[in-house]
Design a binder for this molecule. Structure first.
Ligand SMILES: Nc1ncnc2c1ncn2[C@@H]1O[C@H](COP(=O)(O)OP(=O)(O)OP(=O)(O)O)[C@@H](O)[C@H]1O
Ligand SMILES: [Mg+2]
Length: 371
């Protein structure tokens, strides 16, 4: 069946006019084989839109999603380009790379802001064309030709990284022939309503509960919340509320939501320090000590005690330990982007016992004495 903007609601929930325009644009760009750059905060729907573009492009091959942050530096080349048997220790058989597997399809590079400069340089050599890309497998002699469409996503402004010398300008210009920015959920009130209804119905069915209504004061809370984690966060909040709701209840009320963590969630100027934001994240994920959650007085949010900061840090360490210090898994469990988690780790000066985040699976945590 053809995928058009008119039946978009069957795949994506889009009620906000700005978002509808973005989807219409995506549909216009879809058939033209040029790279697309999708930007927007974490959880705004970049991957969902990438999949929509792929489907609407009518490309027969697969969509191969590559989370840049999750591939270790040493494996990049063989993962992307493949390798021939015996090309390095452990290469017992030849293997196709992700770029070769994506022939006639789409390659989705997620979190490209996390790409290291050597990774960027390797990619730049390949993408210097339009659709039909040439490369060799590691240890291979013959050239492989693969025809794929590139879609990239980033939740960090790449322009900033370019000026800091962390992202190659050449690569940036090649990747953003078409560019679409997804607004944060707090600027899409119609979507908050539509997505809440959509996921409420879905989650009620999944949890075996009868359909639930939402009280007015809950709607007011949902609409005015800043939704730092955007749609992913909305889904978590709804799932928690549905789970907390007793069988005889037909309407969700504030007590079903952790509204003490929602009370002060009004959009406002960004805090100077990363800690209030971090605390809110922790509270929303249910791993906060919650000692300060729900305090609507901003002054008291800022005046944190060492104990509170330490508690936040320990909550993060607990999440990391639970996920074997694997950043990707921990970020997934917390419902935040890897890049956000890395920033939080840096802010809180959390050190992995082995000093290695990507591959290490340490046994013990350590808390830096600096807090
Ligand atoms: N328009 C939409 N309709 C319904 N669900 C959506 C929509 N957009 C996003 N979602 C859901 O919200 C969640 C987050 O979406 P997605 O993974 O596409 O976000 P993202 O921008 O790629 O986030 P990140 O930057 O953290 O990778 C997913 O579970 C997705 O299914
Ligand atoms: Mg994504």
């Amino acid at each position: 069946m053809e995928t058009t903007a008119s039946d978009i609601n069957s795949k994506m929930v889009v009620a906000n006019e700005k978002m509808r325009e973005i989807v219409r644009r995506a549909e216009i760009y879809a058939p033209y084989n040029r790279p697309v750059l999708l930007t927007g905060e974490t959880g705004t729907g970049k991957e969902v839109l990438a999949r929509f573009i792929h489907e609407a492009s009518k490309r027969k091959g697969p969509l191969v999603a590559i989370n840049v942050a999750s591939i270790s530096e040493s494996l990049i080349e063989s993962e992307l380009f493949g390798h021939e048997r015996g090309s390095f220790t452990g290469a017992v058989a030849s293997k196709k790379g992700l770029l070769e597997l994506a022939d006639n399809g789409t390659v989705f590079f997620d979190e490209i802001a996390e790409m290291t400069l050597p990774f960027q340089a390797k990619l730049l050599r390949v993408v210097d064309g339009n659709g039909s890309y040439r490369f060799r497998r590691v240890g291979g002699t013959s050239e492989i030709v693969s025809d794929f469409r590139i879609i990239c996503a980033s939740n960090r402004p790449l322009e900033d990284l370019i000026s800091e010398g962390k992202f190659l300008k050449d690569l940036f210009y090649r990747m953003q022939v078409f560019r679409l920015h997804l607004p944060p959920l707090r600027e899409r009130q119609e979507d908050i309503v539509a997505l809440t209804r959509h996921y409420l119905e879905k989650i009620c069915a999944e949890f075996g509960k009868k359909p639930l209504q939402i009280s007015l004061d809950v709607w007011a809370g949902l609409i005015s919340r800043p939704w730092a984690g955007n749609i992913r966060e909305l889904m978590t909040v709804i799932a928690r509320a549905v789970a907390l709701c007793r069988e005889d209840v037909s309407e969700l009320k504030p007590e079903h939501f952790d509204l003490d963590t929602m009370a002060d969630e009004k959009p406002g100027p960004k805090e100077k320090t990363g800690l209030p934001e971090l605390e809110r994240l922790l509270a929303l994920r249910g791993i906060s000590p919650a000692s300060n959650a729900g305090i609507s007085d901003k002054k008291s949010q800022q005046g944190k005690t060492i104990e509170q900061i330490r508690a936040q840090k320990e909550a993060f360490i607990a999440a990391l330990e639970k996920n074997n210090w694997n950043i990707t898994k921990t970020a997934e469990a917390l419902g935040i982007a890897c890049s956000t988690l890395r920033k939080d780790i840096k802010t809180l000066k959390i050190v992995s016992p082995k000093g290695c985040w990507k591959r290490g699976r340490p046994k013990k945590s350590s808390v830096s004495p600096s807090t």
